[in-house]
Design a protein around this ligand. Sequence first.
Ligand code: 1PR
Length: 524
Amino acid sequence: MIMITLLDYGAGNVRSVVNAIEKLGENVRIASAVRDIETAEKLIFPGVGNFDNMMRILDAKGYIGPLKTYLNAQKPFLGICLGMHALFDGSEEAPDLPGLGIIPGRVKRFAVDRPVPHMGWNGLLVRRPSRLLQEVHGGERFYFVHSYFAVPNDPEAVLTETDYGQRFVSGVQHGNLTAVQFHPEKSGRAGHRILENFIRFPEPGPPPAPPAKTELAKRIIACLDVRMDDHGELVVTKGDQYDVREKGSVRNLGRPVDLARRYYEEGADEITFLNITGYRDYPLADMPMLRVLQQASRNVFVPLTIGGGIRGYRDKNGDSHSALEVAAAYFRAGADKISIGSDAVAIAENFLQTGVATGNSAIEQISRVYGNQAVVVSADPRRVYTASAEKGGHHVIPTRFPGPRGERYCWYQCTVKGGRENRNLDAVTLCRICERLGAGEILLNCIDRDGTNAGFDLELINAVTAAVSIPVIASSGAGNVDHFMEVFTETRAEAALAAGIFHRREVPIAAVKDHLKNKVAVRA
Ligand code: 1PR
């Protein structure tokens, strides 16, 4: 049996690659020393984060020389995402640092009229025969999350291309060295096929007939709000406008690990866990959520986001822990993205007051190490009506749904601690500032709509998508399949998240996709 070696340089979620390979019945060894690279027979390099951080750590660990030797010897190699960028001469992401220089060319940033990062499920235009893409038929979608892409000098190196506002190279092949921009470990069964090909190394097969173009799918996300119930058990719950109690008790809609698996099998494109008691606890001591992630990621091969309690704090002994430490524990446990709620509001308030980006906020720290795409900001706004278009410096919009006194304008007030405290900040400003500080995605809840089944708040979503250039996830209020059609055709949301209708089995995920499929691109 061939041992697969995984290069872990300490940033990002290697757990999901390990889980995917173990699921295929193979053993994985994590390279933790130069010797492990020297003795590797098949090497996978999953990179997440940022080019600068990656090259510095590879250098500090003394991995660059052995890696080049391995690659120049043409031993089997699979680079993933940043592990693909590393093969090139350098990257616009860190212009002063050289890459490994194995494939001539450079890595560039997207300059497109679309949200960046390019995040979600997109297809492949396969350009040449390969071992890696055996039995890939051409219609599958794979999970991408990146702001940069490689531009090889030699067109012969191009294995696949993908369209996102422009055509870009999404896979390269150079003898036995292959690398892909997408994440096979997060791409469900289609992704497993690719990992299996890398492991088994079949003879190269002809490329499938490529479609004329590829298209990024709109994502359907299942959200699990998790908290302790009154018996001390961790359960998935669901509120009405954030109130999760019914007749005095916390609603119990199932176990988080079981529900995550169910939604993966039913076709969810992503799963989000929100630890809705997180603000009260000492996050690193909150081990049950780490266990939930570890267990869920063994059987769920789409991206996992975790939110709740991601912030710096002082523990019972007075020792400080940074938000980065908290996030790192979640990434190690299997999370692909972390989501910051209350702390993002505090960060934005501070920025508004001082006008200074300190570099020390949770958003800046985590995005610097793990990349912008790993940092989601979760906003919990509530609609506030006003009679005039000006309101205390807030972003006010005209509304088609007048308020109780006939007010024709409204703004969206940020809240913290699960809607318990209002802040003097509007959601549009929050999202704008968080994007500037390094957030890669917005999870846009709406307390007024949460649990109501009345549909998404399209006015809120349009106000935020007009203000930012990162992807926005529409959340709160989904009640039927038409609400998904509405949010994707009447706003620029990249994804729609729902909870109650999935938990209560009122609307299956497959029914949502079926309803959308001829009008809106979705992953089959
Ligand atoms: O502030 O960083 O500790 O993060 C806490 C996180 O927990 C935030 O993301 C916040 O949105 C979330 N949260 C806190 N309290 C609640 C609550 O419900 N009492 N849940 C809560 C947020 C809203 C959505 C929900 C959608 C869809 N839940 O996640 O899933 O509204 O629901 P629907 O489809 O049933 O309408 P921090």
